[in-house]
Design a protein around this ligand. Structure first.
Ligand code: MYR
Length: 131
């Protein structure tokens, strides 16, 4: 169900979320219009993600339940896991610099991919449309 190419359509509270993450206003303005596109290929428990945005292109491989590392476009390093709970992907990642937790989920809602974020008390979401 997650398979396909998804292009960001709109975001909610993403600026506040990034601010909580410590990202400065200039970078936040750019990130609001990052044209993020993710291509998801799921094979059983294995996922291959192609991320492309105005910042970079990046390939990510992970297996459900297996710890992996991921670096944000601003260089912030995270490590954690994705797990599948029913139809929802639950991600739990920890920042390496301050040990704070970033929670994220992906689910398909009405044919759109909804990704939620929570960091340090601030929630946000981004909604992606299938290409
Ligand atoms: C992936 O599945 O796409 C790779 C792993 C994602 C880890 C968590 C991503 C959180 C992204 C938050 C963007 C924050 C900008 C401040």
């Amino acid at each position: 169900a997650f398979n396909g190419t998804w292009k960001v359509d709109h975001s909610e509270n993403y600026d506040k979320f990034m601010e909580q993450m410590g990202i400065n206003v200039m970078k936040r303005k750019l990130a609001e219009h990052d044209n993020l596109k993710i291509t998801i290929e799921q094979n059983g428990n294995n996922f291959h993600i192609k991320e492309s945005s105005t910042f970079r292109t990046k390939d990510i491989d992970f297996t459900l339940g297996i710890h992996f590392e991921y670096t944000l476009a601003d260089g912030t390093e995270l490590a954690g896991t994705w797990e599948l709970e029913g139809d929802k992907l639950n991600g739990k990642f920890t920042r390496k610099d301050n040990s704070k937790v970033l929670l994220t989920t992906r689910s398909i809602v009405g044919g759109e991919l909804v990704q939620t974020f929570n960091y340090d008390g601030v929630d946000a979401k981004r909604v992606f449309k299938k290409q």
